[in-house]
Write a protein that binds this ligand. Sequence first.
Ligand code: NDP
Length: 660
Amino acid sequence: MGAPEETKLSNANVKDVLKKYSEEATKRLQMRPEGIAQYVKLRNAQSERFRRLADDPWVDHAALNAQEPAVKDREQYKFLVLGAGFGGLLFAVRLIQAGFKPEDIRLVDNAGGFGGTWYWNRYPGLHCDIESYCYLPLLEETGYVPKSRYSPGSEILEHVHRITERWNLGDKALFRTVIKSAEWDNHESLWTVNMTEDRGPGQAQRNMSAKTQYLVVAGGLFTHPQMPKIPGMETFDGDILHTDRWNYSLSGGSFTDDNLSKLAGKRVGVLGTGATAIQCVPCLARHAKEVYVFQRTPSKVMSRGQRATDLEEWKTKIARHPGWQMERMSNFSLNCTGAAAPGTEDMVADGWTRAKCMGAIAGGGPQDRLPIPSEPTAVGAHIGALNAADLPVSQEIHDLVDRTVKYKDTAQKLKAWYPTWCKRITFNDEYLQTFNQPHVHLVDSAGVGIDMATPAGLVSGGKEYPLDLLILSTGYTSPSVAGLDVAARVHLEITGRGGRSFSSKWDDVGAATLHGMASSGFPNVFFENMAQSAVSSNYMEVLVNKSLHVAHVIAEAEKRHASLSNDGSGSKRTVIEVTPEAEEAWTMQCVAGATWFAGIRGCTPSYSTSEGALTLHAPQDKAAQFKAARRSLWAKGITDYCRVLKEWREEGSMQGLTIS
Ligand code: NDP
């Protein structure tokens, strides 16, 4: 992290900038005190027209109906994995790598195919903003060389299929299916899992109940596309789509062809300016007659630096020795959080690693120089230090706007006033430039948002903007709702030992896990979750490590159970359960790091703050503060979290788990 004296900003400037941050955040919070209630999930929208926006545009019902279902009513499986995106696939692959057979595994997903977020999202311009060498998992095992530094969505989806083929998982998934509940059967040591398969228009839904020994919940973070509740929205006469379910019949082109020919002559509105909009606006601008970008809060945009993979560089500098990919992921996270020791190589060297501030929300950071504040008085100094390190980067981002955008007034409006960690940084070499074109209009509502919709278009700042097509780029339900309860996020009712509900436990005592992977009272359930776990700007690093850990735990427990069975002391099936003492001890370690994340409180609202709830409804009494602290992420960051887990595995006693 840069020291304060490295910034070009004078102290007076710093004070002004921080004041402006605070004013902007306050304005947004006052404008929308209802937090996440300002949104509705598309699935729950008032009218059929908006609910239909959540329909699966890519599913082939006829083909799926003709297939033998991978999961059958009343059948029993060893592993049921909720989610067939990269998360679910990585858990499956790691289990296979640990010695289990693909035949033991079933994946269940509500989408019509594999890929999770990369199944749903197929909007024009879609790329992953994390370097593909770090993001695309299992590159060493598959031998795949990404074509460029930042992969487009189509290449990522191809990689998803490469993984399913390589590990024989192609026919192990049941799609279009929602798992609704799971109940522990203590007698059989199995979970009874109830699910409903949607077989398409005109077909009856299929309700099923299957048994599984292990349940893995890998439902992803951004699962429910949402729209803001805007007065008059139902009256809008033009076409509408949500970016999470792009409708190419309205735009022309296809997932692999960005010639959006049907936009010719059209007035297109894009509502929202998050990471998604930044990627698709330049494509829209190439084809539409007019583009109106409706902005409430600007994103921070850094330059991308896309380039084709150089095979010589690949061989000599990137895939340079076995284990290179995990090493690169870790190096990336250390550099993005500013936690890399001075002199450490910056392998990726892009905007993320230049920003160096993501540790403020992801954990990590140079804790030798910036320790976790141990008492409330130290919190202010901690945030001050984070801001001091971030200010030069923020200044650089503003400078890029000034250098790129011709119209001064537009440039001013495109400048974001919050610390860089508050919203996902975006990267694009065309977005800012787009506003130099006369047919691209920034409609900035200065933090207020859209006034209303009319049959003709949207109204912002009292002015109506007539539109032929409205694109909702309004994101997803915040993954931090319900106190980061993983079951609530995917609407899954888990009933464990003694009839205890997972969500009620979470609600009563707060987060309670060992390693953020399992909770006592819920044997043989493992999950991908943020609470008490680590995160990274490269979420794939979390998934590859968590899945490795969980597969190790299960494989090792099964081995130990086999010897218990030999001497007759084990139960019929392996049962792995976290002890209450171990989960409390892990929880206390997370609580001890909670103050590290204080920098998020002052942020302008976004999904990271539950749309402002973290600030507006910050717990006041000690009990509520303690409960909130329990869901803290691993404050020392993902590299440290992986180290702790690795040492735990190497220690070998499976501390904190009972195996019976
Ligand atoms: P976001 O939640 O980031 O953006 C939603 C946008 O809608 C915001 O700009 C928001 O404004 C705006 N909005 C909401 N309500 C209103 C309103 N009433 N009036 C005006 N504007 C409104 O969603 P995205 O889909 O862009 O991104 C979600 C996440 O998906 C990303 O942060 C990232 O994690 C992931 N993603 C990852 C990518 C990758 O490459 N890895 C690429 C794209 C997305 P405001 O900011 O004021 O709330």
